[in-house]
Design a protein around this ligand. Structure first.
Ligand code: HEM
Ligand SMILES: NC(=O)CCn1cnc2ccccc21
Length: 290
């Protein structure tokens, strides 16, 4: 059965907004990380990796139990580089000991996206820490060397449509690939910490050349110094995906709307929130300054 959400007792919007603000202020303070990209993209990747282990067939994995805190999950080779995000969140967890790890990891991704000018992401608390025995085994996260059909099959495990898959991958407008983490090298120039539809614009507009990188892996490079993973490139090789790439390249608002829905579905997969009230929509720091 689905995990029943149990919100941290007595905690409401103001309490979670305080956690949001602590993460957002730390993001602003520590802006030099990763060549001045900052921690935002890394936090978004963490929120996806803790949720992407979900398997609808037995409702295992997913964001509910906060099991990324155990080495068994954190040491998954696919999670290499996310130690930075985990270290970033340690003082936040200490300052707000009442928040569950699953809620913290997902709220951090929401905070990072909104502070990087992304869409407002409705968020619900109620994930409850589980034991190490509940941590999913390694190998549930996707392989970047594959093609569009692999991506469609992979996300089929979560019940995502073609449109939801393309929208989700739009998050690759953020940050970069690091050879020492994943065996792919992204350019410094094209890495950003602002959420836009440029992943789709680049996919369609650049001349992509398949080249072997210094780790011996093939990736697509453009003469402007952009890169795409084989799985990224699969979105324009596959006709059914391509029409959504074109839609989002033309219409950033449509991308924001569809990304928001697919990202909430990703973070909430496997959890029954029906006993909870409305989702929270947090104010950005800028919206509170006034
Ligand atoms: C087919 C599915 C996917 C594959 C194969 C994939 C693969 C990768 C790889 C290899 C990296 C580079 C990691 C590194 O070297 O540091 C990366 C980075 C990233 N991914 Fe994905 N990813 C996928 C889906 C997603 C989704 C669904 C999201 C979020 C909704 C996401 C968000 C990110 C972000 C924000 C980064 C940049 C991290 C940083 O700059 O530290 N990815 N991804
Ligand atoms: N704009 C760029 O050339 C880098 C964008 N990009 C493409 N695939 C990616 C995967 C992760 C992070 C950034 C990525």
């Amino acid at each position: 059965a689905l995990h029943l959400a149990q919100a941290e007792d007595g905690k409401g919007l103001d309490d979670f907004q305080k956690v949001y603000n602590a993460i957002a202020e730390k993001l602003r303070d520590e802006d030099e990380f990763d060549g001045y990209i900052g921690y935002g993209p890394n936090l978004v990747r963490l929120s996806w990796h803790v949720s992407g282990t979900f398997d609808k067939n037995d409702n295992s994995g997913g964001s509910f139990g906060g099991t990324y805190r155990f080495k068994k999950e954190a040491d998954d080779p696919a999670n290499k580089g996310l130690q930075n995000a985990a270290r970033f969140l340690e003082p936040i967890a200490k300052k707000f000991p009442w928040i569950s790890h699953g809620d913290l990891y997902t709220l951090a991704g929401v905070t990072a996206l909104q502070e990087m000018q992304g869409p407002k992401i409705p968020w619900r608390p109620g994930r409850v820490d589980a034991d190490e025995k509940d941590a999913p085994e390694n190998g549930r996260l996707p392989d970047a060397s594959k093609d569009g059909n692999y991506v469609r099959h992979y996300f089929g495990r979560f019940g995502f449509s073609d449109q939801e898959i393309v929208a989700l991958l739009g998050a690759h407008c953020l940050g970069k690939t690091h050879l020492e983490n994943s065996g792919y090298e992204g350019p410094w120039g094209a890495a950003t910490n602002t959420f836009t539809n440029e992943f789709f614009v680049n996919l369609l507009n650049e001349n992509w050349k398949l080249e072997k990188n210094d780790a011996g892996n093939e990736q697509y490079n453009s003469n402007k110094g952009y890169m795409m993973l084989p799985t990224d490139y699969g979105l324009i090789q596959d006709g059914k995906f391509k029409k959504y790439v074109e839609k989002y390249a033309k219409d950033q608002d449509a991308f924001f709307e569809d990304f928001k829905s697919a990202y909430v579905k990703l973070l909430e997969n496997g959890i029954d929130f029906s006993k909870l009230g409305k989702a929270y929509v947090f104010k950005t720091l800028d919206e509170q300054d006034s």
